[in-house]
Design a protein around this ligand. Structure first.
Ligand code: COA
Ligand code: AMP
Length: 637
C-alpha cells in the first residue's frame, strides 16, 4: 500500500510533466537549471551529442566550482553564514567555519598547492579522515582547476598505491591519523607504505598533524600548519565546463578500481538542482550527510551540493553508535537544527540494534528535521518502518551510484512529493530515462525483473568517462545494451512506474553502505601460496546488509593447519584491501562449483550460503561439488 502525507498524490502530475520535459527537451531543461550557476563564460551550447556514445554538457562554458561553492556567497554578503559545522565526538571537538572563513582557508591552501607546482589539470590525491581540512583540500584543488582524487581512509596501502599509480598525482595531502572508536589509525605510515608499492612518485606530501598521532615527516613532506602560515592566498582559476573536477575510484567487477571522472559544469548544475528538487533544501538551511568524504555521498552531499547552494553542511567525525551511544545522531540534529539527514540504512540498523525503543530520542529535540534520506544499499522494510515511526518524518529511499554522482531514482521532496512505497526508491529523477531491459535489449513488462539501464545521454553531473580510459568506460557500461548505460543493478518497475532495485548483477558487494569488489579480495586470497583457487561472495548480514565470505581450494599436497590458514587469509585481506572490507570468514572447500566452461557459479554459491533452496544449474560441471559445499556451510553455521 502506498503511504505518505496528505496531498502528496498531487506530486504525480507535476512529476510527469517535469520528467517528460527533461527527456523530450534536455537542452531546454538543463539550460534553465544552468542559470543558477555563475559562469565566467556562458556555454556555447547545453549538450554536445556529436560524438556518441560520448556526450558533453555545457561545452564552451567556463566556471570555477570553488567560486560557485564559496566566493560567490561571500560576495553576495553571506560571508558570516555558517558553511561547515565540524562535530567530532571522537576528539571532543566542535567548530563552525563561516563562508568567509572557509573561503580564506581554501584560498590559502590553494596557495600552498600552487607553491608546490600544482596547476590546472594536475592531480592531487587526498587521504584524510573526516576533518575540515579534507574539505579545504578538495575545494583548494577545485580553486586551482586541479583534479582531486580522495581515497577513503579505510583502504589499505595497496589500494591507495593502485589509485596513486592510476591518477599520477603531483602532490598527496594526508592527515597524520584518523580516529576510529576503537583505535587511532595512523594514516601517514600508510601513505609511506603505499608510496613504497607505487611506481609513481609525487613531488611532495602535505601532512595535517593531529595530536592523537603526530607523524614523522620526511624530506618531501610539508607540515600543513607551517605551509599555511607561509602561503599566499590563490584566486579561482576558470576552467572549461568539461574539465575534470575530480576522479573518484570505485569498485568494479575486477580488482582494478574504476576512476570515475566528474566534470565541473554539469556537476555544478546537477547538484544545485538536486538540492532543491530532491532534498528540498534552501540556502541557509542545515544539511547533514552522515557519510565520509571518501565516498561519492561525501563528495556530492557533504562537500559540493550544500555549499554550491549556500546551505550549511555538517561534517561528523563519529559513528551512529558507540560515539558515545545510539543517541549521537539525535544530538547532532538537535544541536545544529539539521533540516535533512542523509545516511545509509546500515546506520539506522545499528541505532535500532543498540536502542530498539529509541529511548534516547526525543521528538521535540529533533523538530527541525523534515526528512530522512537513505541510500547506498537496499532499504529493508524493517528499518524503513522503524525509522518512519520513531522519527515521524518522511523516510525517503533513493538510489544512485558513484558513477551517476547524484540520485537516479528518488521521491523528489522539493519538486513533487509522491506517496512512498516501502521497498522502492520511487521514480526516475528528471534527466534519467530509466529502462529495465531483458537479455537482447527487449524492454521488460511491469513487474518483470531485468537489468536497470539508463538511455543515453545521461544527464549532467554523471560520469563522462573513466579516467584516461574511454575504452573501459564503453566496455564496462555501454556495450551490454548499445545506446544505454548499464547500472549493474537488477530490478523492475511496477504498474505505477515505481522502480524496485533488487541488487547488483555483478560481483560488486555493499558492506555497511561501502561498495567493495569481491575481485580485489579474491586477488589477495589467491596470492597465498597454499591456495589453488578461490571465490568471494557477498552474503546477507543483519547489520551491514552484506558481508564478504571466502571459499578457498588448497593446492594439492599443501600441508596447512586450517585454522592458521583461515587466520592468515583474514589478516591478508585486512592488510591489503582494508579493515572496511569486514572480511572475517573463509572456508576451505574441496572444489568450487563451476560451469562446464570453468566459470565459478557465484550466484548459486550466494544462494546456498544464504540458506536458500538453490536449484542446480544445468550448466554445472559436477553437481556433487554443490552437495559438498552445502555440507561445509551446514557444518560451519
Ligand atoms: N579509516 C580507518 N579505518 C576505518 C575507517 C576509516 N575511515 N572507516 C572504517 N574503518 C574500519 C573500522 O574501524 C572497522 O575496523 P575493525 O574491523 O577494526 O573494527 C572496519 O573498518 C569496518 O568499519 P565500519 O564499516 O565502520 O563498521 P563498524 O562495524 O565499525 O560499524 C556501522 C558499523 C554500521 C556503525 C558503520 O558501518 C556505519 O556507521 N555505517 C554508516 C554508513 C556509512 O557511512 N556509509 C557510507 C555510504 S553512505
Ligand atoms: P556506490 O557507488 O558506492 O554509491 O554504490 C552504488 C550501489 O549501491 C548501487 O549500484 C546499488 O547496488 C547500491 N545502492 C545504492 N543505493 C541504493 C538503494 N537506495 N537501494 C538499493 N541499492 C542501492
Amino acid at each position: 500500500m502506498a503511504i505518505g502525507p496528505a496531498g502528496e498524490h498531487d506530486g504525480r502530475m507535476v512529476y510527469a510533466d517535469v520528467f517528460a520535459r527533461s527527456i523530450d527537451d534536455p537542452e531546454g531543461f538543463w539550460g534553465e537549471a544552468a542559470q543558477a550557476v555563475t559562469w565566467t563564460k556562458a556555454p556555447d551550447r547545453v549538450l554536445d551529442s556529436g560524438n556518441p556514445p560520448f556526450y558533453r554538457w555545457f561545452p564552451g562554458g567556463e566556471l570555477n566550482t570553488c567560486h560557485n561553492a564559496l566566493d560567490r556567497h561571500v560576495e553576495a554578503g553571506h560571508g558570516d553564514r555558517p558553511a561547515l559545522i565540524y562535530d567530532s565526538p571522537v576528539t571532543g571537538t566542535r567548530r563552525t567555519l563561516t563562508y568567509g572563513e572557509l573561503r580564506d582557508q581554501v584560498a590559502r591552501f590553494a596557495g600552498v598547492l600552487r607553491s608546490m607546482g600544482v596547476a590546472r589539470g594536475d592531480r592531487v590525491v587526498v587521504y584524510m579522515p573526516m576533518v575540515p581540512e579534507a574539505v579545504v583540500a578538495m575545494l583548494a584543488c577545485a580553486r586551482l582547476g586541479a583534479v582531486h582524487s580522495v581515497v577513503f581512509g579505510g583502504f589499505a596501502p595497496k589500494e591507495l598505491a593502485i589509485r596513486i599509480d592510476d591518477a599520477r598525482p603531483k602532490v598527496i595531502v594526508c592527515a597524520s591519523c584518523g580516529i576510529e572508536p576503537s583505535r587511532v589509525v595512523a594514516y601517514k605510515p600508510m601513505v609511506d607504505a603505499a608510496l613504497e608499492l607505487a611506481e609513481h612518485r609525487p613531488d611532495g606530501c602535505v601532512v595535517f598533524q593531529r595530536e592523537q598521532a603526530v607523524a614523522e615527516l620526511g624530506p618531501r613532506d610539508l607540515d600543513w600548519d607551517k605551509a599555511m602560515a607561509a602561503a599566499e592566498p590563490a584566486e579561482c582559476v576558470p576552467v572549461a565546463a568539461t574539465d575534470p573536477l575530480y576522479i573518484l575510484y570505485t569498485s568494479g567487477t575486477t580488482g582494478r578500481p574504476k576512476g570515475v571522472v566528474r566534470d565541473n559544469g554539469g556537476h555544478a548544475v546537477a547538484l544545485l538542482w538536486s538540492m532543491r528538487a530532491i532534498y528540498d533544501i534552501r540556502p541557509g538551511e542545515v544539511f547533514w550527510a552522515a557519510s565520509d568524504v571518501g565516498w561519492v555521498v561525501g563528495h556530492s552531499y557533504i562537500v559540493y551540493a550544500p555549499l554550491l547552494l549556500g546551505a550549511t553542511t555538517v561534517l561528523y567525525e563519529g559513528k551512529p553508535v558507540g560515539t558515545p551511544d545510539a543517541g549521537a545522531f539525535w544530538r547532532v540534529i538537535s544541536d545544529y537544527g539539521v533540516n535533512a539527514l542523509f545516511t545509509a540504512p546500515t546506520a539506522f540498523r545499528a541505532i535500532k540494534r543498540d536502542d530498539p525503543g529509541a529511548t534516547l530520542l526525543r521528538r521535540e529535540a529533533i523538530s527541525s528535521l523534515r526528512t530522512l534520506f537513505l541510500a547506498g544499499e537496499r532499504l529493508d522494510p524493517d528499518t524503513y518502518h522503524w525509522a518512519s515511526e520513531k522519527l515521524g518524518v518522511p523516510v525517503v529511499d533513493h538510489w544512485w551510484q558513484t558513477e551517476t554522482g547524484w540520485p537516479v531514482a528518488a521521491n523528489m521532496r522539493g519538486l513533487a512529493p509522491m506517496p512512498i512505497k516501502p521497498g522502492s526508491p520511487t521514480v526516475p529523477v528528471p534527466g534519467y530515462d530509466v529502462r529495465v531491459l531483458a537479455p537482447g535489449g527487449r524492454e521488460c513488462a511491469p513487474g518483470e525483473e531485468g537489468a536497470i539501464c539508463i538511455k543515453l545521454p545521461l544527464p549532467p553531473g554523471t560520469l563522462p568517462t573513466l579516467w584516461q580510459d574511454d575504452e573501459r568506460y564503453v566496455a564496462s557500461y555501454l556495450t551490454a545494451f548499445p545506446g544505454y548505460y548499464l547500472t549493474g543493478d537488477g530490478g523492475y518497475v511496477d504498474e505505477d512506474g515505481y522502480l524496485y532495485v533488487m541488487g547488483r548483477t555483478d560481483d560488486v558487494i555493499n558492506v555497511a553502505g561501502h561498495r567493495l569488489s569481491t575481485g580485489s579480495m579474491e586477488a589477495v586470497l589467491s596470492a597465498h601460496p597454499a591456495v589453488a583457487e578461490c571465490a568471494v561472495i557477498g552474503v546477507a548480514d543483519e547489520l551491514k546488509g552484506q558481508v564478504p565470505r571466502g571459499f578457498v581450494v588448497l593446492k594439492s599436497g599443501a600441508e596447512v593447519d586450517p585454522a592458521t590458514l583461515r587466520a592468515e587469509l583474514v589478516q591478508a585481506v585486512r592488510d591489503q584491501v582494508g579493515a572496511v572490507a569486514a572480511f572475517k570468514r573463509v572456508d576451505i572447500v574441496a572444489a568450487l562449483p563451476k560451469t562446464r566452461s570453468g566459470k565459478i557459479l557465484r550466484k548459486t554459491m550466494r544462494g546456498i550460503a544464504e540458506g536458500a533452496d538453490e536449484p542446480v544449474p544445468s550448466t554445472i560441471e559436477d553437481a556433487r561439488v554443490l552437495d559438498a559445499l552445502r555440507e561445509t556451510l551446514r557444518g560451519a553455521t
